[in-house]
Design a protein around this ligand. Structure first.
Ligand code: BG6
Length: 507
């Protein structure tokens, strides 16, 4: 028998099919499972990327017949995929879908689950490879992890055991350390998969390929040539039905500590000697360690916060954050932040990174733009009245995935006449797997590169926690600037750059 890796050809790529496994999803009837996990798992299975001897055990508190659970999941997959849903593929997928209900704090439920797992492993020959996926509110993370330990389910019994855990990993440095300690008391770091779905977006993964597989960009990727960098993750949606979570989180916890800092690390890191999970994660942590701490007593110099007012989402009128269901009257939760970051190392000294993210902005757009310095001497100055624009390189993460470079070219005619032109590479047709498909596959294959290591979590929290505390205790006197839904964000965010002689790229 050939025990080597098996590959599937998928959209002209060769993708390794994971070894047989059993996936246990906690919170299997919840929002995340229905909207993201099951549609992703179904698509992977339909496209031949999951081994046939794999199976899924959904678990949640609600008592439900297996047939009811399967029907619930069918409906949510059909809703997510629309015409892309295929009945035959569903039949094959759903035949390996099981359900177990139980309270997360009841040890007897884990004992029962252990029995079910053993039976399923026997029936499906999953070779004791297990993944526990926590798609539950963070308040029950520690409880479930501890019970997996007590019941012995965290132990490897001839196969691998992985635990996958969604953000947020803590809500400040102390709680992140506490959660990491609980995780490490039960699992080894190599078994722990802290998810950040931004890292699984194809265009985000492309940042490193683009930087380090081309000789022409990297020599210019430093303070000698780059004036500044902007990282934008803008959303047009509001907080939807998540006031309970969002009121406690706010934009800095929800988007900066994880997604935006990860984008920053990929943009700023040094090349590792090999493209290997630990080496890449080492380099990212070095970036976090080089970020200049944000001084809690003069945060206004580097941070602008905002909260959305009523306005439009492009097609209809929408309410202010204060009027969203579940938001406390007079809430001071920020839904927008713009942050200036300095990286104190040899490569980036003196190059500011401007980060911004917000809900209910003019567009859904995530991009990294690298703004080069102007030419050192303008020999055309006598013939030209206007200044020429410096070059920019934009990595568009979503939508319209791609990379574009703006440079100057002569406009047709006899005179000296320059105008900016774009060289545009569209990545869209290459995007094969969705973020959740990619991240699930990597967790099944045991590749931790796209997952956040404990030290990275703690380092990013140690940067943000003093600022968040200063904001929340009101000690710094930061203002929460109002901005209209559907706008570019608060005017003061524009001032943050204007004071440095720069402007944001329009959304
Ligand atoms: C999540 C945040 O992590 O990312 C949400 O909790 C946000 O508030 C979402 O809307 C954005 O993800 P994406 O993939 O739609 O850009």
């Amino acid at each position: 028998m050939n025990n080597g890796p098996v590959y599937a050809t998928y959209e002209s790529c060769s993708i390794e099919i994971p070894k047989p496994f059993l996936l246990v999803i906690f919170g299997a009837s919840g929002d995340l499972s229905q909207k993201k996990l099951f549609p992703a798992l179904y698509r992977l299975d339909r496209d031949g990327l999951l081994p046939r001897n794999s199976c899924i055990l959904g678990t949640a508190r609600t008592a439900m017949e297996q047939s009811t659970f399967r029907e619930l999941i069918r409906q949510s997959i059909e809703k997510a995929l629309g015409k892309d849903f295929d009945r035959k593929a569903w039949d094959i997928f759903s035949a390996r879908l099981y359900y177990h209900s139980g309270a997360y704090d009841d040890p007897a439920s884990y004992t029962k689950m252990k029995g079910i797992i053993k039976d399923l492993e026997q029936d499906h020959q999953t070779r004791a490879n297990r993944i526990f996926y926590l798609a539950v509110p963070p308040t029950v993370y520690e409880l479930i992890i501890a019970n997996l330990g007590i019941s012995g389910l965290s132990k490897e019994e001839g196969g691998f055991t992985h635990v996958a855990i969604e953000k947020p990993i803590g809500s400040d440095l102390a709680s992140a350390k506490q959660l990491n300690a609980v995780l490490r008391a039960t699992f080894l770091e190599r078994q722990i998969y802290r998810m950040d779905h931004y890292l699984a977006k194809e265009t985000v993964q492309n940042i490193l390929m683009f930087r380090f597989a081309n000789a022409i960009f990297e020599p210019l990727w430093n303070r000698r040539y780059i004036d500044h960098v902007q990282i934008t993750v803008a959303e047009s949606i509001g907080i939807e039905n998540r006031a309970g979570y969002y009121e406690k989180a706010g934009i800095l916890r929800d988007m900066f500590q994880n997604h935006i800092f990860q984008l920053l690390a990929l943009t700023a890191m040094e090349p590792p000697s090999v493209f290997e999970s630990e080496r890449v994660r080492d380099e990212k942590v070095k970036v976090f360690r080089s970020i200049r701490p944000f001084p809690p007593d003069s945060l206004t110099d580097c941070l602008v916060l905002g909260q959305y007012e009523k306005g439009t989402d492009g097609s209809k009128e929408v309410v202010a954050y204060q009027q969203e269901k579940g938001v406390r009257p007079g809430s001071m939760t920020p839904t927008y932040a713009a942050l200036k970051v300095h990286i104190d190392n040899w490569r980036w000294n003196g190059v500011p990174f401007y980060l911004r993210s917000g809900k209910r902005l003019a567009a859904k757009k995530a991009e990294i733009s690298v703004h080069y310095k102007g030419v050192p001497h303008l020999m055309f100055s006598r013939a030209m009245k206007e200044e020429i624009e410096p070059n920019t390189l934009v990595i568009r993460i979503q939508p319209d995935e791609g990379i574009d470079i703006t440079f100057q070219a002569k406009s047709p005619g006899t005179k000296i006449c320059l105008s900016p032109v774009n060289m545009d590479f569209s990545y869209r047709k290459f995007v094969a797997l969705t973020d959740y498909e990619r991240i699930l596959l990597d967790c099944m294959q045991g590749d931790q590169m796209l997952f956040i290591r404990d030290d990275a979590v703690e380092q990013t929290w140690s940067l943000l926690t003093p600022a968040i505390e200063a904001i929340e205790t009101g000690s710094e006197g930061l203002t929460l600037h109002a901005y209209a839904s559907g706008s570019e964000g608060p005017a003061d965010a524009a001032a943050l750059l204007r004071n440095d002689g720069r402007v944001w790229r329009p959304l």
